[in-house]
Design a protein around this ligand. Structure first.
Ligand SMILES: *[C@@H]1O[C@H](CO)[C@@H](O)[C@H](O)[C@H]1NC(C)=O
Ligand SMILES: *[C@@H]1O[C@H](CO)[C@@H](O)[C@H](O)[C@H]1NC(C)=O
Ligand SMILES: *[C@@H]1O[C@H](CO)[C@@H](O)[C@H](O)[C@H]1NC(C)=O
Ligand SMILES: *[C@@H]1O[C@H](CO)[C@@H](O)[C@H](O)[C@H]1NC(C)=O
Ligand SMILES: *[C@@H]1O[C@H](CO)[C@@H](O)[C@H](O)[C@H]1NC(C)=O
Length: 425
């Protein structure tokens, strides 16, 4: 066991929610960013929030290699509910959009070897105005467990007071535990706290498997940048909160939609891997550009995101519109991202001195460097007095894996051949 891992397990204060789940960041699909609150099944049956949408996503997750790549959860966001509870006070899905009910939908998703996520809110109403869970935490947790739900995204709209917010998130966590069913608990507790008081991440980690800290992501480069900048700006607080069982959630992946250039999609994927972020795609898997699909299914990037040591990476150097990010990985390896923030001109070269990596320790006895993004490239075994010339497009990122143990370096295996290299160059 490495020193870092040992430290993580020994710090009583960073103990994770004890449900045995999310030992690596959750992977799956979540409807919000791409499909929002589209309830108009009359004129837009293909894209409205209905059981068909989730069944179709489950189908393609299996047939198009998503499940095999590790994407496991099919998640419903807001707008699945009917406008009121039933006579016994139980939640009910919208009758015409989810005519078979959630239990049937869960059975269907489970029959594909996938898991089902659902959405509720700590307050009296969800963000879109549907019945919230306030006053019904135990009842709703029981309902979700009876339906066979595997993940709950619990929003914080209309939380009332900070005390009610905290009590609500804690009480729902306890209620989920009491059901006896394993349910990943995805919180937005710190997001609603941040503007009013400093969140207590020791406590949040005790009750939640992941937690949103900052604004919803949109399908734009400005949005991705603002999240990255927020994360870097708060890394001294949030990075140490992350670890197996509990993660900072910078929100969904919007790769494969409309708003990001190819280079920006690479940056999005690379930095979400470095940040140990849940990988919850919000896109249309039924119709997605093959290049975006290959990026989202890139086994080497996913392996960095899912690294078993579970240490979140951080920005460690900024110069001349370049940002360097680094994440320590198992087996004394590292992931390093070189991000070009300049939004004018052409590709620029960053000379990466190898003594930068791992606080100067990584390459002392030499190290193996493999470029993972934008395309696979072996730099070979390097000495620490060397500087690598890394060429990065505007708004793009070069993601490297640095292997310290020589015996592991030639054993790095790559599932995806470099077939996209030509369209990138
Ligand atoms: C509930 O919590 C207990 C103690 O913290 C834990 O051992 C158990 O596995 C949890 N059960 C579920 C279903 O999460
Ligand atoms: C929900 O509504 C009830 C009744 O109006 C109120 O007492 C309670 O404080 C509300 N909860 C929140 C979180 O605002
Ligand atoms: C949380 O649970 C405690 C103990 O059952 C209860 O006293 C409190 O009212 C609950 N708070 C909320 C917001 O439901
Ligand atoms: C944060 O929460 C932990 C665990 O609940 C508690 O022990 C600690 O006192 C809290 N810290 C602050 C500053 O409130
Ligand atoms: C660490 O190295 C061992 C071989 O020494 C290998 O089996 C294991 O998969 C490696 N772990 C990771 C996360 O790369």
């Amino acid at each position: 066991m490495s020193a870092v891992l040992l430290l993580l397990f020994c710090l009583g204060g960073t103990r994770a929610l004890d449900n045995g789940l999310a030992l690596t960041p959750t992977m799956g699909w979540l409807h919000w960013q791409r499909f929002m609150c589209n309830t108009d099944c009359k004129s837009d049956p293909h894209n409205c929030i209905s059981e068909n949408l989730f069944m179709q996503m489950a189908d393609v997750m299996v047939t198009e290699g998503w499940k095999e790549a590790g994407y496991e959860f099919v998640c419903i966001d807001d707008c699945w509910l009917d406008s009121s509870r039933d006579l016994k006070g139980r939640l009910q899905p919208h009758p015409t959009r989810f005519p078979s009910g959630i239990r049937k939908l869960a059975d269907y998703v489970h029959s594909k070897g996938l898991k089902l996520g659902i959405y509720q809110d700590v307050g009296n109403q969800t963000c879109a105005g549907f019945p919230g869970s306030f006053g019904h935490y135990e009842q709703d947790a029981k309902t979700f467990a009876e339906w066979g739900v595997d993940l709950l995204k619990f929003d914080g709209c209309g939380f009332g007071t900070l005390d009610l917010l905290a009590e609500g998130y804690r009480n729902m966590s306890i209620a989920l535990n009491k059901t006896g069913r394993s349910i990943v608990y995805s919180c937005e507790w710190p997001l609603y706290e941040f503007s009013l008081q400093k969140p207590n991440f020791t406590e949040i980690r005790k009750y939640c498997n992941h937690w949103r800290n900052y604004n919803d992501i949109c399908d734009s480069w400005d949005s991705v940048k603002s999240i990255v900048d927020w994360s870097a700006g708060h890394q001294d607080v949030i990075v140490e909160a992350a670890g197996p069982g509990g993660w900072n959630d910078p929100d969904m992946l919007v790769i494969g939609n409309f708003g990001l250039s190819w280079d920006q999609q690479i940056t999005h994927m690379a930095l979400w891997a470095i940040m140990a972020a849940p990988l919850l795609m919000s896109n249309d898997l039924r119709m997605i550009d093959p290049r975006s699909k290959a990026l989202l299914q890139n086994r080497d990037v996913i392996a960095i995101n899912q690294d078993p040591m579970g240490v979140q990476g951080r920005q460690f150097f900024k110069v001349n519109n370049f940002e360097l990010w680094e994440r320590p990985l198992a087996n004394a390896s590292f992931a390093v991202a070189v991000f070009n923030r300049l939004e004018i001109g052409g590709p620029r070269v960053f000379k990466l001195p190898l003594y930068f990596i791992g606080d100067g320790t990584a390459c002392i006895k030499g190290c193996g460097i493999t470029q993972i993004l934008p395309y696979r490239w072996d730099f070979g075994w390097q000495r620490s007095n060397h500087a690598l010339e890394i060429k990065v497009n505007p708004t793009s990122t070069v993601l490297l894996k640095v292997t310290v143990h020589r015996e592991l370096y030639p054993k790095l295996t790559f599932v995806h051949e470099d077939k996209h290299r030509n369209d990138i160059l």
